[in-house]
Design a protein around this ligand. Structure first.
Ligand SMILES: NC(=O)c1ccc[n+]([C@@H]2O[C@H](COP(=O)([O-])OP(=O)(O)OC[C@H]3O[C@@H](n4cnc5c(N)ncnc54)[C@H](OP(=O)(O)O)[C@@H]3O)[C@@H](O)[C@H]2O)c1
Length: 252
């Protein structure tokens, strides 16, 4: 089994993906900022699943730290078979009141880093005629819901484009587009999610499993769960001006 590199592997969807890949026998490279948490998890996962677990502490907003991950992905002596671009965060402020530094950091983690890491990993995968790239996007990318949505729209279209271009060469690329999922994301962003009905929430293990299966099967886009498949269809069918007005009013 080949090695899988997972960004944002210390919690939520990334942790579920890392554990499931280890369960399938893949050695792991775990990436996130918190070194202590990475090392604890690496120890737990390697003991439980008897796989090798390497850790790379990197803030993907920082070009130099991101470069270290790029170099690891491009290292032909230690090939990576699965790249999972998952790291991410959100914040609750509307564009007119958010700081431009926070906006830049979000753009860097959600767009710049997946683009650069994919660019580093792809040539080796093509040379080996085998590779899997899973990009954790969001259903938010289907709606005009601020910079987070715009960044997720980029990653979905990016994954779709790569899937079309490289699937026949043995490299499958998938955009995983979950809806609301129980993770640390909303708590970290200090968002009050208490009014959200329980039927809208997904489980991180369920989302991870759907994404990994879709990527293995060579599907370009994966929207886990019947509710969000319905929402995806509704957003495609609704007149865009209506969607813009409805979402625009609720996002200020
Ligand atoms: N939860 C949802 O409802 C939901 C829905 C749709 C899509 N998503 C997407 O799912 C992905 C995973 O999010 P999650 O919900 O699982 O959130 P989470 O539980 O907060 O996990 C985020 C992970 O990303 C890492 N991370 C954050 N900023 C980073 C940075 N600058 N550099 C490197 N690593 C960083 C975190 O570790 P450190 O803090 O240690 O760096 C953590 O491991 C994100 O791309 C998110 O946009 C989530």
């Amino acid at each position: 089994m080949g090695t899988a590199l997972v960004t944002g592997a210390t919690s939520g969807i990334g942790l579920s993906i890392a554990r499931q890949l280890a369960g399938h026998g893949h050695d792991l490279v775990l990436v996130a900022r918190n070194l202590e948490r990475l090392e604890t998890l690496a120890g737990e996962i390697s003991r439980q699943f008897r796989v090798d677990c390497e850790v790379l502490a990197a803030d993907l907003c920082d070009p130099q730290q991101c470069q270290v991950v790029e170099d690891r992905l491009a290292d032909a002596d230690r090939p990576v078979e699965w790249l999972v671009n998952n790291a991410g965060f959100a914040f609750k402020h509307a564009f007119d009141v958010s700081s431009v530094e926070a906006e830049q950091a979000q753009l860097d983690v959600l767009v710049r880093a997946p683009m650069r890491l994919t660019h580093a990993a792809l040539p080796g995968m093509l040379a080996r005629s085998r590779g899997r790239i899973l990009i954790v996007s969001s259903v938010a990318g289907f709606i005009p819901g601020g910079t987070y949505s715009a960044e997720k729209a980029f990653t979905t279209v990016f994954a779709e484009s790569l899937s079309g271009a490289y699937s026949a060469a043995g490299v499958h690329v998938t955009a995983l587009c979950p809806g609301y999922t129980h993770t640390e994301l909303h708590q970290r962003a200090e968002m009050d999610m208490s009014k959200l009905p329980s039927w809208l929430w997904l489980d991180a293990d369920f989302v991870a499993e759907a994404g990994l299966k879709a990527c293995e099967a060579g599907r370009a886009v994966c929207v886990p769960g019947a509710v969000y498949k319905g929402i995806q269809l509704a957003t495609a069918l609704l007149p865009r001006p209506l969607l813009r007005r409805a979402i625009g009013r609720s996002s200020r």
